[in-house]
Design a binder for this molecule. Structure first.
Ligand SMILES: [Zn+2]
Length: 243
């Protein structure tokens, strides 16, 4: 894995910022594509969402360290709740991929991947999107051990399959519980690793662009020359130029 420093940081920011359908999924995959050149986008899109998020946190650790500064706004009074956590503490657990039975049927479930979510999101209706996701992630066998195609699933089996998939995804989520010190409201929020890491990539990329701009202005150096420098050396020149 390559850390997102210098040119790679700007590549990740640039690719993730390109207009695309489903920006959140696109950004997560774009960052990983830069950090993991040995993996194709297709292979990255085939990872379960919790595996993708573990990889994103690994990339974050290699790029910006292990300490995460988190902030939430209380949904009731708007007070800012700030805390620090480690990348390890916020690693999503592996989803509990277990088989289950429903009457005479046997269900095998797997966690949704970026590709599954992309296909499901083509449906305009939320209910239809869930149907597509369930049909892709749940395989059903009848009592003869034959695959039961989704078109033949009875209503209650379909409903049960959807609920099991939801439970599977909940088992792989990181839920942060907190009490607001201002209004005492107790709340819980799911930690969105992809959104968190993307905000950091944007922040660091903007700072790097500022440095390139300032040094190019002061010394006439090219972007490539500034990006090749270690951050400490860049800062030393910025200090000398009084920037
Ligand atoms: Zn509050």
């Amino acid at each position: 894995m390559r850390p997102l420093h210098g040119q790679n940081l700007l590549f990740a920011w640039e690719r993730g910022s390109s207009p695309a359908h489903l920006p959140a999924l696109h950004r997560a995959l774009s960052m990983l594509e830069v950090a993991c050149p040995e993996c194709s986008r297709t292979a990255l899109a085939a990872l379960g969402i919790s595996a993708r998020d573990r990889l994103l946190l690994q990339m974050r650790e290699a790029s910006f360290g292990t300490r995460l500064d988190c902030r939430f706004d209380c949904p009731q009074c708007g007070a800012a709740l700030e805390f620090t956590a480690s990348t390890e503490a916020l690693q999503p657990p592996c989803a509990n991929q277990s088989d289950t039975e429903f009457g005479a049927y046997r269900l095998s479930l797997r966690e949704a991947t970026s590709e599954d979510l992309c296909v499901a999101a083509r449906e305009a209706d939320g209910g239809e999107a869930l149907r597509v996701l369930t049909e892709r992630c749940v395989h059903v066998e009848n009592e003869q051990g034959q695959l039961e195609p989704p078109s033949t699933w009875p209503f209650d089996l379909r409903q049960h399959a959807g609920e099991c998939l939801e439970t599977l995804h909940a088992s792989a989520a990181i839920v942060l519980q907190f009490d607001c010190p201002a209004c005492r409201r107790h709340d819980a929020q799911t930690f969105d690793a992809a959104a968190f890491v993307w905000r950091e990539v944007v922040h660091h990329a903007q700072r790097l662009l500022d440095d390139v701009h300032a040094l190019a202005w002061a010394y006439g150096w090219s972007e490539a020359a500034v990006l090749r420098m270690h951050q400490r050396r860049r800062q030393a020149y910025l200090d000398r130029a009084g920037l």
